[in-house]
Ligand binder design. Structure first.
Ligand SMILES: Nc1ncnc2c1ncn2[C@@H]1O[C@H](COP(=O)(O)OP(=O)(O)OP(=O)(O)O)[C@@H](O)[C@H]1O
Length: 244
């Protein structure tokens, strides 16, 4: 039986601009199982990135629960959340979020800094991750010396460095041309086939269809889930039924 890795239960989130409160997520529920490749799609502004930021422990929900490995993380304080994030989440941003003052190798090794490993073992691990994305030869360059597609590969290597087994990916092709976008998606698919659990936010239907399951959001709610490959446990069937 597949192991539950991530579970969001009745998550809600609103933002206030001082005068007006906008309800962005309205009771989102679904479960992600070990080894799955989930895509989250929907129109611009429907709350995809807001949801992924909560799942990446970069933001907190107003109400509802979020579990990682069965552990309730939505109620944790910021120090506890940072610890879980460091051990369990790799995050890939649309705009890469690399630090130009550091080399490619140092960027990839950065998430390992707070784990207490020696510098040489951090760099050895980072080099291994750069090999996985085909960029070991760029280790000593700086991000502004390589192409956009290469920068996104570096940010994927950084997400792999922590060996978290979970990668949350927010519009990874948004700043790339279609050739580089397709290559990044092929890499993400490959990493999933090697065992990494992936949650991908995308508005591109071609990329959404590369996942084993697609969750469609509209106006902050789940309007459809393609659950063909979801293990049909009674609890899961109930969740899918509730969210449609
Ligand atoms: N920090 C914030 N403060 C106020 N409003 C926000 C904040 N973050 C997001 N929003 C608003 O929440 C809504 C959902 O934003 P979000 O980025 O989650 O949508 P999205 O589906 O990812 O959109 P896109 O596909 O265009 O990236 C938008 O209306 C956005 O303006």
């Amino acid at each position: 039986m597949n192991t539950e890795i991530l579970r969001v239960n009745n998550l809600s989130k609103s933002f206030s601009n001082g005068e007006q409160v906008s309800q962005i997520l309205k009771g989102i529920s679904f479960t992600v199982y070990d080894g799955e490749f989930i895509s989250i799609s929907g129109p611009s502004g429907c709350g995809k990135s807001t949801l992924l930021n909560i799942m990446g422990l970069l933001d907190t929900p107003q109400s509802g629960e979020y579990y990682i490995d069965g552990l309730l993380v939505s109620d944790m304080d910021s120090n506890q959340r940072a610890k879980v994030r460091g051990n369990r989440i790799g995050f890939v941003f649309q705009s890469f979020n690399l630090i130009d003052e550091m080399t490619v190798l140092e960027n990839v090794a950065l998430p390992l800094k707070y784990r207490g490993d020696s510098l040489s073992s951090r760099h050895a691990r980072a080099l291994g991750c750069l090999e996985k994305v085909g960029l070991a030869d760029k280790a000593d360059l700086h991000p502004n010396q390589i192409s956009g597609g290469q920068q996104q590969r570096v940010s994927i290597a950084r997400a792999l460095a922590g060996d978290s087994g979970i990668m949350l990916v927010d519009e990874p092709t948004g700043n790339l041309d279609s050739k580089n976008g397709d290559a990044i998606m092929a890499l993400i698919k490959d990493l999933n086939q090697q065992g990494t659990t992936i949650v991908l936010v995308t508005h591109d239907p071609r990329y959404a269809d590369m996942a084993t399951r697609n969750i469609q959001l509209r106006d902050g709610t789940v309007v459809a889930q393609n659950d063909e490959l979801v293990p049909s446990t009674p609890a899961n069937v109930e969740q899918v039924a509730q969210s449609c």
